[in-house]
Write a protein that binds this ligand. Structure first.
Ligand code: NAG
Ligand code: NAG
Ligand code: NAG
Ligand code: NAG
Ligand code: NAG
Ligand code: NAG
Ligand code: NAG
Ligand code: NAG
Length: 496
């Protein structure tokens, strides 16, 4: 069997220091590709990964690691005709390629075509490279255990959950990328079953990575996920760039990415239209999340555009029982969304949300620019501890403009457990016409403000225009900002 269709050409280090020292040694790269590609049809020239030179066609893109071996899904019997199931081809390809984990890693290329597939699992030191259009078939979906920090399926079903389309656990060094190839979750059937209460298990996600480190997910379009699109959990060093998310705005729980009990995550340059929060930062649910004690921390978010008429641009919670700390978000555009940044929590959650900094947000047509909800409810079960109060403190928002807003802010802490250290500065909110409500409604919160229009509630004591720098963004970088990508090039040897 001649599996190696690409000859590895070169690695160019773009920068000089390495964030992933492990990857620079003899560790492997593994990638899984799981989608259908219609790559040749409507390619966007400007971002093509396929290039040509005198020696022929080659594939070039940026990644945390380059791989020694590369194969095509067609080498494993894959057929991209839009009808044949490729589940076995994916599973066999990745099983085969996993032998290169310690020999420079491997890449699986999904060529142009429409590749129907069920779930498959990734391996370490692996890259999955997709051209376009992956389509899930409706084959068997294994059911796996509930997440330990949630105790049960999130769809309010007992017991298990359907495994994600692309799933990986206990891995290191995994890249899922493409030339803006598409993964189509064909969610409609799932949404209908969910709405009718016909599912006994929690719906699958498109991509879930658990207990892993050094993950890159980039330059893909994800459409119509059955539920959440991307779920990194119990993982570290997660880099997400250039993802387009498309789902009907009325589809249930089609959150884009939910970093969950993860350390060092960077999410940049994404465009999202979805039926739930564009992103929701999480860390476990009530007594299960408290016991698991794994926070999400050191999360960097930049340059997102979000359209989410019924949900938030960035939600913190509601499942935050392991804690959320050090989140920095900047250069965010929100259009026709329910709220901008929203903190969601409840008595019984425990945990904390602290050291949150958001700057440079432009919002247009919003119900609330800012929203904090201390009575979100939504408990895993009745076993939650009524004395487990969340700690919400040091929340900073600055340099924002919002237009056509129904209400500037609804900031609702918890009686006896106020949300403190809220700092809002240099924010101009233009209310929609004919709005009758008070623009600010604050209960059980405390903090300061400077240069806010319209005048904020008294709980955010105005420090005067000279204190506009009070909520300033920290200038020092976080570890994930120092990740170095390499340029990986692969020449096509025999390409079918
Ligand atoms: C994603 O595509 C853009 C546009 O082609 C390119 O500049 C960028 O390097 C790619 N990013 C990754 C991580 O491959
Ligand atoms: C993928 O991993 C999960 C969890 O370890 C397992 O239940 C499932 O059977 C695996 N799937 C395949 C195709 O090996
Ligand atoms: C994966 O890692 C977790 C946490 O370290 C561990 O509890 C679990 O047993 C590991 N699972 C496998 C399949 O190795
Ligand atoms: C990727 O594809 C989606 C869907 O076709 C498109 O909306 C988006 O503009 C594309 N992104 C880039 C950077 O070409
Ligand atoms: C769900 O569970 C019910 C009750 O146990 C059972 O009758 C039904 O067949 C199950 N549905 C599916 C789709 O498995
Ligand atoms: C303002 O928001 C309302 C919904 O609250 C919407 O119907 C209207 O089109 C928006 N106006 C503009 C100018 O965007
Ligand atoms: C206020 O925020 C705007 C962006 O919304 C920015 O251009 C401006 O420089 C900021 N002003 C101060 C005093 O920081
Ligand atoms: C203000 O918030 C409190 C607590 O959330 C709520 O009970 C009250 O109805 C709100 N008032 C207005 C005018 O919206």
């Amino acid at each position: 069997m001649s599996l190696i269709i690409f000859e590895f050409l070169k690695i160019n280090l773009q920068k000089s220091h390495h964030f992933f020292p492990v990857l620079q040694l003899s560790e492997m790269v593994m990638a899984v590709v799981f989608a259908v590609l219609l790559a040749t049809t409507k390619g966007v020239e400007s971002r093509k990964a396929w290039r040509e030179n005198a020696e022929g066609e080659y594939l070039e893109y940026c990644a945390i690691s380059c791989r020694a071996k590369s194969a095509s899904l067609t080498d494993f019997g894959g057929v991209g005709d839009g009808t044949t199931s490729n589940t076995k081809a994916f599973q066999e390809a990745i099983t085969y390629l996993s032998q290169y984990e310690s020999e420079g890693g491997s890449q699986l290329v999904v060529p142009p075509g429409k590749w129907i597939t069920g779930s498959f699992n990734l391996t370490s030191h692996f890259t999955l490279h997709l051209h376009k259009d992956a389509v899930l078939d409706e084959g068997e979906w294994p059911v796996i255990e509930p997440l330990p920090s949630y105790g049960r399926g999130r769809d309010n079903t007992d017991g298990g959950r359907f495994i994600s389309l692309i799933f990986g656990t206990n891995l290191t060094d995994v890249v899922i990328t493409g030339d803006n190839g598409t993964i189509d979750g064909q969610g409609e059937v799932w949404w209908q079953k969910f709405k009718r209460g016909q599912l006994n298990y929690t719906r699958p996600y498109l991509i879930e990575i658990m207990y892993s480190e050094n993950i890159q997910i980039s330059n893909l379009t994800l459409v119509n996920s059955p539920s959440w699109n991307v779920h990194p959990i119990y993982s570290s060093n997660v880099l997400v760039q250039g993802i387009t998310i498309l789902a009907p705005v009325t589809s249930p729980n089609t959150d884009w990415i939910n970093p969950d009990s993860c350390t060092n995550t960077q999410i940049e340059d994404c465009y999202i239209v979805s039926g739930d929060d564009c992103m929701a930062v999480k860390s476990g649910w009530d007594e299960y999340g408290i016991a698991f004690r794994m926070p999400t921390k050191q999360l960097v978010i930049r340059r997102l555009t979000c359209i989410s008429p019924f949900s938030a641009v960035i939600a913190l919670g509601s499942e935050m029982s392991g804690g959320i700390q050090v989140v920095r978000a900047e250069d965010i555009v929100a259009i026709n969304s329910e709220s901008g940044v929203r903190i969601k929590t409840a008595v019984g959650r425990g945990g904390f949300v602290k050291d949150i900094y958001v700057r440079g947000m432009t919002m247009k047509t919003m119900k609330w620019a800012f929203w904090m909800t201390g009575n979100y409810g939504s408990h895993a079960d009745n076993g939650y501890d009524p004395n487990a109060l969340p700690v919400i403190q040091n929340i900073n928002y600055h340099d924002m403009v919002a237009e056509n807003v129904t209400m500037a802010a609804e900031l609702e802490g918890i009686p006896g457990d106020p949300f403190t250290g809220i700092c809002i500065s240099n924010v101009t909110i233009t209310l929609a016409k004919n709005v009758k409500k008070l623009p600010w409604n604050c209960t059980d919160v405390a903090g300061i403000s400077s240069r806010i229009v319209p005048q904020p509630c008294e709980a955010l004591a105005d420090q005067g225009p000279g204190s506009v720098a009070a909520c300033n963004f920290p200038e020092e970088s976080l570890p994930i900002d120092n990740v170095q990508l390499q340029v990986c090039s692969y020449r096509r040897k025999h390409w079918r």
